[in-house]
Design a protein around this ligand. Structure first.
Ligand code: CS2
Ligand code: MG
Length: 411
């Protein structure tokens, strides 16, 4: 089965997505997600100029061999652009293999280890009242776990607070954090001391209102120093978090030893990691509890399965990154992995907008708080190419942060 055609499709139904579409001489079509939020066109060029010419004529069945060929022959290994491009090829080949075998990808990965994947949604509010409403709305949508992000008195705009309440409905309700489309990134403000004083009071209020059973998560979004992260983790212990995510910037992994010495709040890290080499030590030293790597930014289904199997040896579980910048294709890819592995933990599920769901038709289901990739052969996602063509790429940037004295801070 030979790869006969390879196209890179960029579409922006609710936000930008980059999709690789492969076609074989036997007529099977495979899709792969190569979306790198805010830097999309770099991956488009990498794929079009350097990868597509190498794929034509290859045996579509050789997933591992093609992965190794693209990784090793580039010489300049790793990095988000390279690994998102390789991820797209890997996913598309798994999709094709599933279609050729007439099986959903999870069957090829060993079959289902559970009936569905527990998902968490993004509850947020500028104040406690809005946050409570948002948690209730998520519960009504079926979520059994929620991430809690809150406004901080004295700060105007911060990460993770939906611009529009879900009650207002509308297309953009989940797409608050990209990618405000425009020629320049939006500026937000930040003050770690204010945040650290405020956050435990919010979790206390949430626990009092919603009781002890609801799994609660929080994303620190890489903003604290090691000692600040240790202090925050400790101050959140009474509220029994499911996890505290990205408590320190991911580059400084030694920091996690210090954090770990001081707190038993479970830690989740890895959404910006691209290969096993970024997370190997965090796993083998048991410095984290959940691996956040995403199929799209980690080189695809093959390495995602490998890293989760490695983590399983240390009783560390999966918690794959699943905001809307992971396309429906990348999302499906990690649902198949999550269903198959033994050490599944939780899956972030932010939900795509209506236009995105029209362009990407998906077999995935979300019922009673559980996700399932569906049983269509392959990944279970079809791309409406003509529909995609109606929504051309629009320049979009992630926001960034400045402290009150003007210093740029981690966003
Ligand atoms: C976030 C992401 O979902 C998360 O946990 O940290 O929303 C992140 O901000 C975006 O993926 C950036 O593109
Ligand atoms: Mg995050």
């Amino acid at each position: 089965m030979i790869i006969e055609r390879a196209e890179v499709i960029v579409t922006s139904p609710n936000r930008n997505f980059v999709t690789l579409r492969l076609q074989t001489d036997e007529g099977h079509v495979g899709l792969g997600d190569a979306t790198l939020n805010g830097r999309e066109m770099a991956v488009v060029a990498y794929l079009k100029d350097h990868v597509v010419p190498l794929l034509l004529g290859l045996d579509a069945h050789k997933i591992e061999d093609t992965w190794q060929f693209l990784y090793r022959s580039s010489y300049w290994r790793r990095g988000p652009v390279t690994m998102a491009a390789i991820a797209a090829v890997d996913m598309a080949l798994w999709d094709i293999k599933g279609k050729a075998a007439n099986m959903p990808v999870y069957q090829l990965l060993g079959g289902a280890s559970r009936t569905g994947l527990m998902a968490y949604g993004h509850a947020s509010g500028v104040d406690t009242e809005q946050l409570f409403d948002s948690i209730r709305q998520h519960q009504e949508l079926g979520y059994r776990s929620v991430r809690v992000q809150t406004g901080v008195p004295g700060l105007k705009a911060i990460y993770g607070i939906a611009a529009q309440s879900m009650l207002d409905g509308g297309e953009e309700r989940y797409d608050h954090e990209p990618a405000r489309r425009g020629p320049k990134p939006a500026e937000e403000d930040w003050d770690t001391q204010k945040y650290m004083r405020h956050l435990p009071t919010v979790f206390e209020a949430v626990r009092n209102e919603f009781g002890p059973d609801l799994p609660l998560l929080h994303d620190g979004h890489h903003r604290m120093t090691p000692i600040q992260a240790a202090k925050l983790g400790k101050s959140l212990e009474p509220y029994d978090l499911f996890w505290l995510e990205d408590c320190t910037p991911a580059e400084n992994q030694d920091a996690l030893r210090l954090v770990r010495q001081h707190t038993i709040t479970p830690l989740a890290i890895g959404e910006i990691f691209n290969t096993i080499w970024d997370i190997q030590g965090l796993i083998s030293e048991q410095l984290i509890d959940y691996v956040r790597t995403a199929s799209t930014h980690f080189g695809g289904i093959s390495p995602l399965k490998k890293v989760m199997d490695f983590a399983a040896q240390y009783q560390i579980k999966s918690g794959c990154h699943g905001p809307t910048d992971i396309s429906p294709v990348g999302f499906a890819a990690q649902l198949h992995v999550g269903l198959a592995i033994h050490n599944f933990g939780i899956q972030e599920y932010m939900q795509h907008g209506t236009r995105t769901n029209e362009v990407f038709q998906q077999s995935m289901t979300f019922e009673n708080g559980l996700l399932h990739p569906g049983d269509q052969p392959g990944l279970g996602v079809e791309l409406d190419v003509d529909g995609a063509g109606k929504y051309p790429y629009e320049q979009a940037y992630l926001p960034f942060n400045r402290l009150s004295d003007g210093t740029v801070h981690d966003w």
